[in-house]
Design a protein around this ligand. Structure first.
Ligand SMILES: CC(C)(COP(=O)(O)OP(=O)(O)OC[C@H]1O[C@@H](n2cnc3c(N)ncnc32)[C@H](O)[C@@H]1OP(=O)(O)O)[C@@H](O)C(=O)NCCC(=O)NCCS
Length: 157
């Protein structure tokens, strides 16, 4: 399936401002569009009022997105981001709650994600019901040469 160029534009608009370059977590346009070609990859995008943006040119300015991939009855949260100017207004939580609804419709029973140790996103994940279930030591390599552990979180839907 060809992903909508509008959705990719919206995701890239947020991607370009949301991630700290030190951690190298942002994806480029090619990575996003290649991922969205797969029918198992899903994107949700919010506008600046916190409403879902559907495909189309006149759907407003984006504030945040979440990208996931599902396999059988499990889904992995690949990336979530909210533009700095829209943070702290519940948009991250809204994306996660909408993801839970969509994932349940897909028959998903359990959601996973992997986070670098110390990412403040942990508060969002914990308050949305995720619990730490594993750790990969020194998994992330920083631009500055250091390393950080990856922490795996899981949640039953
Ligand atoms: C993580 C991120 C998506 C949160 O988005 P947001 O819209 O600000 O989150 P919300 O306003 O919905 O907050 C949700 C919860 O997380 C908490 N929270 C969000 N950002 C926080 C921060 N920087 N420090 C502490 N707590 C934070 C909120 O207080 C809230 O807690 P509550 O549910 O207990 O009240 C956003 O900070 C972001 O885009 N970060 C950069 C990208 C990133 O690192 N993504 C995660 C890895 S892919």
């Amino acid at each position: 399936m060809t992903p909508s160029p509008y959705i990719i534009d919206h995701i890239m608009t947020v991607m370009e401002v949301a991630f700290d370059p030190e951690y190298g977590e942002a994806w480029n346009r090619r990575q996003v569009s290649d991922a969205l070609v797969m029918p198992s990859t899903h994107a949700l995008v919010l506008d600046t009022r916190g409403a879902l943006i559907e495909d189309g040119p006149d759907s407003g300015r984006p504030s945040g997105f979440v990208l996931t991939r599902h396999a059988a009855d499990e889904e992995e949260l690949l990336l979530i981001a909210v533009s700095p100017e829209h943070r702290g207004q519940g948009f991250g939580r809204e994306l996660v709650e909408r993801l839970f609804l969509r994932a349940r419709e897909r028959g998903v029973a359990r959601i996973f994600l992997e986070m670098r140790q110390g990412n403040p996103a942990e508060q969002l994940y914990r308050s949305a019901g995720f619990e730490p279930i594993g750790r990969r030591p020194k998994y992330y390599r920083l631009a500055t040469g250091g390393t950080l552990d990856a922490i795996t979180f899981g949640r039953t839907l």
